[in-house]
Structure formats: C-alpha cells, structure tokens
Design a protein around this ligand. Structure first.
Ligand code: TXA
Ligand code: MG
Length: 329
C-alpha cells in the first residue's frame, strides 16, 4: 500500500475516518499544519488556534483576501469556559444546543492563549462545540482548541464532501479526513447576545422562543425557514461583520523610513521598531500582524507606520487588513 501511494500520490490525501486518519491529522496539526475535517455543518480547515503561524497557514491555503475572525472549536462547554466568558444566557444556549451547529460570540478570556489572528485582534471570540465524531476525535487527540473556517478556497462554495475540499484546495493542504457528506450542509448559526450574526441550521425560534429544548426536535427545523431573517432579532449579514481591529493611532502604509514620532513596523529589508517578518516571509508576517499593531498602539509613539508588504499570496489579506486599519476614523 505504501508503494502504491508513492506511485500515485494524491494531494491532498483523502483518508477515510478512523484511528489512522485521526493519528495522521493530529501529527500534522501538532507540527503547525492544517487539515480538512468534517463537522456536522461543513468540512472545516483546522489548525491549532493557539499558534498564529498555523492559523496564518489556514488563510494562506484558502487564499483568503482578508482576515475575518475565525471560529474556535472545542470539545465541550467546560473547555469553552477556559477560553471565553459566559453569562447565564450564553451558558443556557450552550447547554441546550452543544454539541451542535451553534457558534457563540463571547468576551475572550485574557491569557487564554488564543492567537490574535484567530480573533482578528478583537476582544471577543466565536466558539463552538461541534457535533461530529471526526472533529471531536481530532479535538481529543490533539488536546488543542482548533480554529476552522470552511475548507474551501476563498470565494468558492462551502464544502460538504471530502471531494469538494480536495478539488478546491488541491495542492494546498496535506490531508482530508473523509467521513461522508455533512448533515447540516450550511455553516453554524452565529449568535452574540440576542442577535443572530449569521443565520444557520438553528433558527431564531429554536434559539430564542424557549421551545424545542429537546435537541432531537431541533433537527426538524433544518430548512428554508432557518435562513430567513428574523423579525425581532436583528440579523447581521456576514458582509457586515467586518468589525475590525484598528489601532487607536493613525497608521501610515508603505513606509520605507520612520518619520518623527512614528513607530515603524518593518517587513523584510525595511527594518523598524518591530518587524512583521525580518525574512520577508508572508505567512510569518500574517501571524505577527495583529500583535505588531497592538505593540505599536501600546508604544509611546504618536503614530504607527508599516513597511510595504507584497500584494501576493497571503500578502493580499495582510494589505486588505492594513488598509482597513489605516482608514481615517
Ligand atoms: O459551521 C461552521 O461554523 C464552520 C465549521 C467548519 O465549523 N466554520 C465556519 O467558520 O464557518 P468561519 O471561520 O468561516 O466563520 C467565521 C465567521 C466570521 O466570518 C464572522 O462572521 C464570525 O464567524 N466571527 C468570528 N469571530 C467573530 C467575532 N469575534 N465577532 C463577530 N463575528 C465573529
Ligand atoms: Mg466560509
């Protein structure tokens, strides 16, 4: 079998769900890589949420042109409470719908060790407990919180089968765990307080009417109605979610020299008070971006400047975020 694999390598490899697939995926994630794994909603591209380089690798693989905050997956409510701060209402939703297609946006616990690229520098975090044996097995094997957006190239349709992933991300990721088609097929419902930020498999009625506390009954609500905007609860379209981290100070882009009063964030050959990547490595730069902006903000300098970053690969996402952060307030 080994030699057959070498003669006819597939990239990514598609391994059927099982102990061997989980062990291999666990090794990739522990080494800072990302793997595609099914959840009950869509296939996710999972990486260690505490490792900013690993998270930057997700963006690089997806070719995502901007850094949206990502959802962190954990095995249970207890694990979620280590990372996020729950109030009674959030805990009630979690107890009723986890594991399941519900993502809660909650205040991030300081010192939880989540990479700032995961939250895009926000002080809140999107977190969920997936209801799928493969993702749960991977969480258990790695012992890590896993950041996972949908496992498709940016701009293409969300993957509900291993073949969708393989086609979309061919040559960009090492491994897909195949456990058949996903059951929900659309991304989880995202809730912040009483607001549905993204409609999904769980409807507003499921979540907020106080009915349907039996999780078995929730399944019946899957359907068109769940995608309709709610009348009472404000639904924010995904495109409106760009509440980005922007520094409090003015930010000058494409700076090659430090001007008076500035904190210069360098890149490659442009040195600075700080650097995104002295080697000019874009994945490393993406991993450092939000931390570097925070450091510039915390410095005694009056303004921040950032060296030019090439508009290639994940550099497109870095520049998108820098332009938003630099936009006059
Ligand atoms: O079903 C799902 O949720 C899938 C599977 C793989 O679990 N995951 C998924 O993840 O859709 P992702 O990373 O593509 O979803 C991220 C979205 C962002 O676009 C944003 O809308 C929202 O989650 N989000 C994340 N963090 C947020 C935050 N702190 N505040 C508001 N929205 C946030
Ligand atoms: Mg997506």
């Amino acid at each position: 079998r080994y030699s057959a694999r070498r003669v006819s390598p597939t990239n990514p490899r598609i391994l059927p769900y099982g102990a061997a697939a989980i062990a291999e995926a666990c090794a990739v994630i522990r080494a800072g890589g990302c793997v595609a794994v099914p959840t009950e909603t869509v296939y996710g591209l999972a990486a260690d949420a505490s490792d900013s380089r690993a998270v930057a690798g997700i963006y690089a693989a997806k070719g995502r042109p901007s850094f949206n905050p990502l959802i962190v997956h954990v095995p249970d409510l207890e694990a979620a409470e280590i990372i996020a701060m729950f109030d009674d209402a959030a805990r009630d939703l979690a107890r009723r719908f986890w594991p399941g297609p519900l993502t809660l946006v909650l205040p991030l616990r300081a010192g939880a060790g989540i990479a700032s690229l995961v939250t895009a520098g926000l002080d809140t975090i999107a977190i969920r407990v997936p209801d799928h044996r493969a993702m749960q097995a991977l969480l258990d094997a790695t012992g890590l919180p896993l950041a996972a957006p949908s496992a498709n190239a940016s701009g293409s349709i969300s993957p509900t089968r291993a073949e969708h992933v393989a086609k979309s991300l061919a040559g960009r990721i090492p491994l897909v765990i195949d456990d058949g088609p996903t059951s929900a097929g659309i991304e989880s419902t995202i809730v912040q307080g009483q607001t549905i930020l993204r409609p999904g498999p769980l409807s507003e009625r499921d979540l907020f009417s106080g009915e349907g506390r039996n999780p078995a009954l929730q399944r019946e609500s899957l359907g068109d109605a769940t995608l309709r905007p709610s009348p009472e609860h404000r639904v924010v379209a995904p495109g409106q979610l760009d509440s980005h981290y922007a520094p409090g100070k003015s930010l000058r882009l494409n700076a090659t020299v430090r001007r008076e009063g500035e904190w210069l964030i360098g890149f490659g050959a442009v040195p600075g008070d700080d650097t995104l990547s002295i080697r000019g490595d874009l994945v490393e730069a993406a991993a450092n971006l939000f931390d570097a902006l925070h450091r510039g903000d915390a410095s005694t300098a009056a303004a921040i400047a950032v060296a030019p970053v090439p508009e290639t690969g994940i550099g497109v996402a870095i520049n998108d975020r820098l332009r938003r952060a630099a936009f006059p307030k």
